[in-house]
Every structure is written in C-alpha cells, then in structure tokens.
Ligand binder design. Sequence first.
Ligand code: ATP
Length: 705
Amino acid sequence: MTDQTTLDREIAVEQRHLDRVYARLAELRRSAADAEREGYRLARVGNFGALVERDAMVFHAAQRRHVLEAEHEGLVFGRLDLSAGQVLHVGRLGVRGENAETLVVDWRAPAAAAFYQATPAEPLGVVRRRTIQSSAEKVTRIEDDLLDPAAAPPDMAVVGDGALLATLSRATGRGMRDIVATIQREQDQAIRSPGSGVTIVSGGPGTGKTAVALHRAAYLLYSDRNRYAGGGILVVGPSTVFVQYIASVLPSLGEENATLHSLGSLFPGMSATRTDPPEVAAVKGSLRMRRVLERAVRDAVPDSPEELRLLYRGELLRLERRELDGIRDRALPRGARRNEVRRAAFDAVLSALYAQARQLRVGRLPEQRAFEDEIIERPEFREFLKAWWPRLHPRHVLGWLTRPDRLRRYAGGILAGSEIRLLSAAYRSLDTEGLTIADIALLDELDALLGKPVQRAKPRRDPFQLAGGVRELSTFADRQRAARAAARERPADYREYAHVVVDEAQDVSPMQWRMIGRRGRLASWTVVGDPAQTAWTGDAEELTRARDQALGRRRRHQFTLTTNYRNSAEIFAVAAAEIRRLYPELPLPTAVRSTGVAPVERTVPAAELPAATVEAAGTLLGEVEGTVGVITPVPRRDEVAGWLGELGGSRLQVVTSLQAKGMEYDGVVLVAPSEIRADPGSGVRTLYVALSRATQRLTTIDPVT
Ligand SMILES: Nc1ncnc2c1ncn2[C@@H]1O[C@H](COP(=O)(O)OP(=O)(O)OP(=O)(O)O)[C@@H](O)[C@H]1O
C-alpha cells in the first residue's frame, strides 16, 4: 500500500498534466472556431481567390473542431516513464502543445504499444507504467507497475495495487466496457496484428476475445483509415442481444465506421431473433441445404398456370404444362439465375407460340417480330407471364419449403428421411412464428441463386444539387462533406467490406460462413471464438470446409488468450468442472480474481421453481451493483420472464442459454441447468457458456419432479 501523502502528490502531478491537456484542447477548439469565422469573414471580401481560401479554411477548421469537441471520458489514461528519462502520456486522442511537443499519444500509435506490451521480463525501455483513472476532468485514481526497478531513479514513487484488478471489480452496466486503459500484452499482440490476411483469436470464456476484436477494429481504422473507413468494417455477432451489448464500445473508442450485425440481421430487409433446436439448426446450417435450395429455385411456382391458351386469328394456341416445364428447364441452364433470365424465358415462350402458329398455318401470319409485339401487348398474356415466372424474392421460395410434398422432392436423396421430417415439422410454423436465425443464411443463399432482376441503372444523385433543382450556395466545406457522405453512404444491402470481424465464430454454421464469406470476398478478417462453447451439432468436417472457403488462402495469424478476466475464480471453477465432463484434457484459462464467495447451487420441487427464481433474482439484485442476468433453457424463456415481471427494471435481463453467448452480468441466476445439459448434442457446451457469464455471483436452481 502507498502512503496517502505520496498518493496525493502523484495524483496532483497527473492532475496538472490533465489540466494542461484540457486547457490546450480548449485553445485548439477556440482557434478552430476562430478559423472558421475568419473563413466566413473572408467571404465578404468577395474576390475569387478569397473565396477559395475561405472554403479551404472553413473546411479544415470545422473538421478539427468536430474531433476536438467529441469529448471523451478518460481522455488520458496512461503514462510511461522511459529509461531515457522521457515521459509519455497515452490517451484516446493525440494532442500536441503550442510548440508541437507531444502532450498525449494516441493509444493506437506505435509509440503507445509499449504501454500494453511491456512486462517486467521484457520492459521495452519502460521503467514505470501508470494507469490513470479520471472522472470528467478530475484524476481519481492512479495505479503503477514498476517494470524495471534497476533503472528507476531513487525518488520514483510507485502507487496503487493493480489497475487491472481494480477495473475488473467495477460493476457491469448494460453495455460491454471498453478496456482501452488495461489491455494486456497477449491481447495487444492480437489487436495490433497485421491488417492483411486472417487474424484468428481463440481462448476460453472471458479471455477478452470480443474486447480484442472491437479494439482491433478501432486499431485498423486508425492505422489505415482510407482503406478501412472507405471499404467499411463489418462486425458479426451471434444474436441481437449480443450486438446491442457490444454496440456502445466502438463509439467510445472513437470509431463509427464499423457496421454491427447479428447473424439474424445480415440479410437486408429481414431480421430474425428466433433460434431453432440444435438438431434443426444442424440441418438448416448444413452445406447440403445449398443443393436443396438449388432444386427449389428451378421448380414451378406453386399454383402457377397449368397451361397457356391464347386465341390468335381464330386459332387456339396452346402450351401445355409439359412444354412450359421444358421451356423453364432450358431457360435455366446450370448456374443461371432465375430472376436474371426472365426475359430469355419469355422469349422462349413467344418462340414456341410462333412455331405453333406456323404449324397450324394461321392465316396472314406476320413476321415473328411483329407477331411477338402483338402477343406481348395482350393483357391475358402478361397475366400469364406474371403468374408463370414472377420475380421471386428469396422469402417466396423459402415459403415453398413449408409444403411437405415440395420439401420431400427438393431434399430427397440429399437429406436423410429423418432430417426431412425434422425440417418439415420446423417449417410448419414459418408463417405463424416467423423466420429463425438459421433461415437468414438460407435467404441469403436463395438471393445468390435467384439473382437480381436486370434493372435500368438509377441516375446517381448529384451531391451538389439541392431539392428543386437549385444549385446550392454553401461553402466548399459543405460540398466536400456532402460528396464524402454520398460516397460513404452505403446502400442498405452493401455487401463488400474491407475487413470482416466474426465474433463467437464457433457458432457460425457452414451456410452462415457462406453468407458472411459473400460479404468479405476482398476483405481481410479477424475471427474470434472458442470451440468448446459451440452449440453446433452438425458435421464438423463440413464446418471446417465452409469456414476455409470463406477465409480463402489468406495468410493466417493465430493468437491464443489464456487469462479469464470475467469470472471470479470461484465461479469459473464450476464452469470448468462442467466442460471437463466432455473434454477432460482441454486447456482452460486462468481466472485472475477471487471474491471468496462460492456459487449457490439449489434444488427445489418443480412447483417452487417460480418463487425460488424470483427470490434468487431479488437477492442478487441486492448483492451486486450492476446487472443481473436470468439464463433459461430456450423453451422456458417467456415463462420465466413472466415470473419476474418488472423486477430489477433495466438492471435485470432474461435470456436463453443461446442468447447468453458473449454476454456478461454481475450476477446470474441459472434456471434449470439440468434441462440445458440434457440436450445430447451440445447440452454440456451450452451449459458451460451459461455458467461462465457472471462476474461476481452465480446461483443455479434445478427443479426436481
Ligand atoms: N485487459 C482487460 N482489462 C480489463 N477488462 C478486461 C480485459 N480483457 C477483458 N476484460 C473484460 O473481461 C470480460 C470478458 O471479455 P470478453 O467478453 O471480451 O471475453 P470473451 O473472450 O469474448 O468471452 P466469451 O468467450 O465468454 O464470450 C469483459 O468484461 C471485458 O471487459
């Protein structure tokens, strides 16, 4: 422990520096605003040169002001005392003083790397590393690590007892916390790994995989803004709950150029939060579904016309079902996309009609072109085409799978009989209950198979033009901004990113890898996950194949994280015992924090489960400051939410064991763990996930019948 006088003195030292940084920021903000105003004043001079100068000035000043005004809590969070006597402060933003001296180094800059990577064994020239906590503009706490005692001057103070542990003991809010001040060496290496190729980060629960993935996105944007902000970074997580949980971190890192999606929201215009039972998800996620869907997109539209009949100059022209089917088949050679070859199919129908008219020796039969022009104008012919070969949306075709006869036809010989029955039962509720997360990848596949109807290109909006055709009268700065916004404004179905981050990758099915792969054909990748937490029960070899295909031949950089920062050692011991049932030899991370509080394991008569759950949740709400998660078996979620009502308000969340993926709560009530474990496919692994969500308190309640 440090004595109070030393602590106060050291805090005062850091406060002086922080005051200087904020004063400098205020100055920079003022001069940016002055430059902007001066720019506008120049405008009144009125000559052309002055106008151009004004525009440039206003633009740069406004841009700078925007950055400076984005106030950050904890702007400066670190300090390095180097062996050469130099002192560096590390923060969320780089700031220079009046004489261009460095007041703060951006955390992503190479000079800041030592803050994260230096260790006593390898101090990298750092004598003392200091972590600084502040609230608004006030320094509240400092924590030091002395990395190179031999090089420390005799008067160097070392205060505090571990910034990391202090951070970890803080209560959790509804969003994930940003760990920028306490990133550890092994994490930093993954964050700063090269931007090209594929960075693969694995590690057990709570080792910071998600935190690393998000900080990496921020790091890449810093290291090559043109490439990554221009092309965009896509971050994919397992569920909507999870995506909301991590959404707050990127803006707090100062990055808004990343697009966050759950696996259920990747297909434009559709979104799903419902999960399938693991055995159904295994069928829907299998690569064999691609072949099933290929058959579906070639099939006749349900209830489409049995035949085409047209009276032409007194003769009945007629194409029967068989002929129509033949035309459809020929118009769809392998690889053709149904929505893209509509025109060719219509031409084939017209040709068949003309051939028939000639065969029937229709009187005064015009040239083929004139004949076709005449037929195509007929309303009944147009009606026929619309019904026979409509523009198909992937959702239409997925709907065809709800018809058992069609499903059998498409899946016969590809899926096993038992799998077809499973799928058929699952799709019975598609229209009433809506899509599941696994269906979204099928829609994306169908979209790729169907293609887009050929459309005339829309004229691009001129960013210099205002509504009503009036040329705008604003500054060059405004126009620049508009042009950039137009370039950045990605269409809703933008699908090619410069970098793709996949979190909880162990739960991405083969079909989902195809969906994500289509969005990262030209991208570099960061893939993070923990195979021991997977809920996938399908073919493992197929999964590897699909993943390898998505990642291609890009060079891979592997990282493994070994410390669990989330769970108390007592809680992780329970989770570890669970996964050891399945994998006795699995290397597990080490939990660094002990609370001295053992998890509570209760067994109650089934009838008492509701009361016991409410009571346990109430107790935990009293015991922890932050959030409480109530985790349930999938089928029980709504029932349990009903028991709890409004208890805990926004501090309490009820989630299924699958939605709990990646989440974190200070206290967890796990309802009916034996029911989760009972699933023969992925039960133990899913229970392992549920048991490793709590930072401080865990209560499990099992009903007995
Ligand atoms: N270096 C660190 N400093 C402070 N907190 C950290 C650090 N690394 C991780 N944490 C915290 O540990 C918790 C777990 O991190 P994270 O959710 O990223 O782990 P994960 O490996 O993705 O876990 P899981 O696989 O269980 O979902 C989070 O609260 C995170 O803020």
